[in-house]
Design a protein around this ligand. Sequence first.
Ligand code: 9WN
Length: 451
Amino acid sequence: MDRTAQLTARALSYASPSALPVRAARVLDANWTGASTVPSRSLYPHQWSWDSAFIAIGLRHLSPLRAQTELETLLAAQWADGRVPHIVFNPSVPLDAYFPGPDFWRSTTAGHAAGAPRTVQTSGIVQPPVHALAAWLVHRADPGLSHARGFLARLYPRLAAWHRYLLRCRDLGGGGLVSVVHPWEQGMDNSPCWDAPLARIDPAPVRSFRRADLDHGAPEDRPTDLDYGRYVRLAVEYRDVRYADGHGEFAVEDPSFNALLIASEHALAHIAAELGASAAARHARAERLTSALVERLWSAESGMFLCRDVSGGELIPERGVSGLVPLLLPTLPRELVTVLVRTLTGPHFGLGGATRLVPSYDLLGEAFDPHRYWRGPAWFNTGWLVERGLRLHGERAAADALGAAVLELAEASGFAEYVDPYTGEACGAAGFGWTAALALDLHQRLLDRPG
Ligand code: 9WN
């Protein structure tokens, strides 16, 4: 019996007639290219960094070997300076299928000084460091296979170099936290949190590039042309300084990016211990980062974490889901957990009342739009992260309800990229990789913990 059939049989034995594991597995199979998984065959036909980490977390239930391969393929494209690129391009996909493609980023030439790989084309920016967390979870799904293949031993130095790059080259604010230098790096591309720092950027003329995303996505669900003009300008400027850090006009300390680094630093500590090395220094670093996160990004007035605009030096007064992701941290002070849960379930995010999944942005915010990408819709990766945080801190009823909503809406929406936070209406791409993978992961965890 193959793994999909086994999962279905187990689900049925718990009197759960859900077809979710089979349907999710079909999405992951359809998006599998042989060495990695695309987020979407149409909209995103290459390998994306944080998508692959989330996808590996789900894939481990279907095929631990494929999950290991997913992460290995991504990390094989790591640059010599330690950065893990946000896209690894598939050479067999036509150049105009996605913008900006390899001809825009020019990693093998413009990225030469920073150590871009010669044999594969990548972008030059990064995405949130979920990888060590993913590697640890993938290992635990099948420790025998992992040991036999030397999975952790091979990945550990790469993951350590990745974190080192972030901590050494991206502490642009000088306060111990990592800055992102482009909204695409943080992964929540057009969040209203970026509006103020982006307003300073002179947009590239719309006629100087051609968006491929509008061939597949509804314009009202996607970022605007003005957003794209600024994304392009920032990326061109980074490319033109040969991807050297510390020169750009945009630098923001983001709570989700940093919280994921901290969670991954704790995971690296577990990996180190598994390999017989000391974990203490890594746990201590994670603690220092947690303190810096609280010191620099906590806003008692907003009841959550905010982004800090490094150039202006100020907190950005917009409530995005990013500011709830630190719930994931094991040593977050209890009083902050209490406030975060209150904010999550209060009028700004409405969880358990007006909404069943976490909206990407403040329901009461002026910029709220239930369909436009990261300006309001609910996404499944952030739902998965917040569920994990709630469970970690003993908020079992809220975690159960959110987990159930992730499962139900992921399946009902056809594993949509994101959904209207009020109605659950599907938006963006269908058959989206991390939606299928993370729903599968939650489904499996519920089976492992019945009742
Ligand atoms: C730019 C792939 C990626 C996700 C991001 C999401 C979206 C890309 C785009 O798709 O960004 O990287 O073209 O809009 O915002 O989080 O990783 O799924």
